[in-house]
Design a protein around this ligand. Structure first.
Ligand SMILES: Cc1cc2nc3c(=O)[nH]c(=O)nc-3n(C[C@H](O)[C@H](O)[C@H](O)COP(=O)(O)OP(=O)(O)OC[C@H]3O[C@@H](n4cnc5c(N)ncnc54)[C@H](O)[C@@H]3O)c2cc1C
Length: 292
């Protein structure tokens, strides 16, 4: 049986991924799926297991760099309404895995619930934020997460209670195939003061990252509390380039890509920075970005 047989209404072949990522680089997915419902997602997961085809979930594509020759297997995107729901009840916000983080923050702030506003300006989805434990200066998403629902690689749906969840710097125990939903227990606050705080944080964040129109991505994890941007500057690499990829003038931990740049250029720049920081400062830089 062809892999796609029976799934044609939501699975395509050879789908370009570049425009679905912040880097706007890289090749096509062998198969690209936009399941319309949880049942359809489960059929896809089951088929991937039967056919031994690797499957990954693409959120907002803000922490992923796709290789120039594309990605083997199935890339699934949770863009259907079934994966975008956001509900507010009392102090709790419940959000589906595909919901944009920005929409969830707006819903919480609009309801006068404080906590998630510290993540303002971080691109991507709730699933991506939970998988990477996205964090701003004032805390991470994990500290507000009280429950999650996931789908495993065998298609099982499991609920994870707060005590089963473990979050640390850019790491999360939510590493099952799909994060379907999560609950956030937040703190009631005056909505006006909260909105003002969020706007201030947004201005600071915007000023410190590449311009919105630039194809860009964040590269490395900080090293034991030391800002990696500072280490890159100390190693004299603030303006380093490789082909069409260059370190951002605004934040030395971001790469921006010029017209004609490729994933190969970004990978060369990553390796050059890692090697130079190791040679000059004796520090090992670990990638935050995932290369697919
Ligand atoms: C301009 C810019 C600014 C940034 N600023 C910050 C920052 O301040 N703080 C910070 O922590 N990060 C930052 N990042 C990195 C990135 O935005 C975060 O890691 C973000 O949370 C990733 O979410 P995403 O939906 O884009 O995930 P993607 O890049 O699409 O995917 C990242 C990982 O999450 C997995 N994933 C996505 N959705 C799901 C799901 N539903 N279920 C299971 N797994 C899933 C993917 O498979 C992949 O492994 C920044 C990136 C950019 C480009």
């Amino acid at each position: 049986m062809a892999f796609i047989s029976g799934l044609e209404n939501f699975v395509e072949q050879d789908t370009p991924l570049a425009e679905r990522t912040w880097f706007k680089l890289g090749g096509a997915a062998e198969y690209f799926a936009q399941p319309p419902s949880q049942d359809a997602l489960m059929s896809l997961v089951t088929r991937c297991r039967e056919e031994e085809l690797p499957m990954r979930i693409l959120g907002g594509g803000s922490n992923v760099l796709v290789r120039d020759d594309g990605v083997k297997g199935v890339i699934a995107s949770l863009e259907a309404d079934a994966f975008l729901k956001i509900e507010v009840e009392g102090n709790r916000v419940r959000a589906a895995g595909g919901a944009p983080l920005a929409h969830v923050i707006s819903a919480a702030v609009g309801a006068g619930l404080s906590g998630l506003e510290s993540l303002v300006g971080i691109p991507g989805s709730i699933g991506g934020a939970l998988h990477t434990n996205a964090a701003g200066h004032a805390g991470d998403i994990g500290q507000w997460t009280s429950r999650a629902v996931v789908m495993t690689r065998t298609g099982e749906i499991l609920e994870r209670a707060k005590e089963d969840l473990d979050f640390s710097y850019r790491q999360s125990s939510l590493d099952e195939l799909v994060i379907l939903e999560a609950d956030f227990e937040l703190e009631p606050t005056d909505p006006k003061a909260l909105t003002k705080r969020m706007q201030q944080q947004w201005i600071v964040k915007k000023a410190s990252q590449p311009l919105a129109h630039q194809a860009a991505g964040c590269l490395f994890k900080n090293v034991q509390g030391t800002s990696v941007a500072l280490l890159i500057e100390q190693a004299g690499l603030k303006m380093a380039t490789a082909g069409g990829a260059a370190m951002s003038e605004r934040d030395a931990n971001f790469v921006v890509v010029r017209d004609g740049g490729t994933t190969k250029d970004v990978i060369e720049l990553i390796e050059m920075i890692q090697n130079s920081v190791r040679d000059r400062l004796g520090v090992e830089l670990e990638l935050q970005l995932e290369i697919w």
